[in-house]
Design a protein around this ligand. Structure first.
Ligand SMILES: N[C@@H](CCC(=O)N[C@@H](CS)C(=O)NCC(=O)O)C(=O)O
Length: 216
């Protein structure tokens, strides 16, 4: 049987693709990758050629005749197909909490996304942040701090054990590191725990080989 195929964008820039990739890696699912460089040539046609049922956005996952798109769905599918045990917390209230923060990430933080796009190729100092960007950062710090306070005894990730919530927030780690956002000790420790995940290291190694430059 052929492997599922993850259609993804540039590793340097594509934050949604990173979430889909980590979800599959956390789940221990073996997959092939098809890279569609964003904003290069007829990239929407290339996305469509690779995943005809999906919208012209990355990531999408093609598994035989089935296509799964939109990152939250890929995370759910990966968790259901996991070879590595549960990737949502076992307690139903903690699971609901994890899904709440994933949904919040999926539908929110527009100011942060716009002002600090993921760019794994650069690190800069940032000062005088617009108010809405600071508000998004403060909200993420609130989410992380709350999780770490509640679940620290179980391990170093948002819900102690690694979960899909960590895949959802991994691009924020890249944004915070790339923009030298100051964090307290607990959030810094969380950020480093995610940054050092072997799957995230592999992703960054891939990003480092890319030659496309997008003016973000
Ligand atoms: N809601 C989608 C968002 C996907 C998305 O916006 N992907 C970006 C790249 S990170 C994209 O494909 N952009 C191309 C375009 O908008 O034309 C998801 O969760 O997967």
């Amino acid at each position: 049987m052929s492997k599922p195929k993850l259609v993804l964008g540039n590793k340097r820039y594509s934050s949604w693709s990173l979430r889909g990739y980590l979800a599959l890696k956390f789940a221990g699912i073996d997959f092939d990758e098809v890279m569609v460089p964003l904003f290069v040539g007829d990239f929407h046609k290339t996305m469509k050629d690779n995943a005809p049922e999906a919208p012209t956005k990355v990531p999408s996952l093609v598994d035989g005749e089935h296509t799964i798109w939109d990152t939250n769905s890929i995370m759910e599918f990966a968790a259901e197909t996991s070879q590595n045990g549960a990737l949502w917390p076992e307690d139903k209230y903690q699971r609901a909490h994890a899904r709440s923060i994933c949904a919040e990430m999926h539908s929110g933080f527009a100011a942060l996304r716009g002002y600090m796009p993921m760019d794994l190729g650069q690190v800069k100092e940032t000062s005088d942040l617009p108010e809405d960007v600071s508000a998004d950062i403060n909200r993420i710090i609130e989410i992380w701090s709350d999780c770490r306070k509640k679940y620290a005894e179980k391990g170093p990730y948002l819900f102690g054990k690694l979960s899909m919530a960590d895949a959802a927030y991994a691009p924020v780690v890249a944004r915070f590191k790339g923009n030298s956002v100051a964090l307290d000790d607990a959030c810094t420790a969380y950020m480093l725990a995610i940054w050092d995940l072997p799957a995230f290291e592999e992703w960054r190694a891939g990003a480092a080989t890319e030659t496309w430059i997008i003016n973000v």
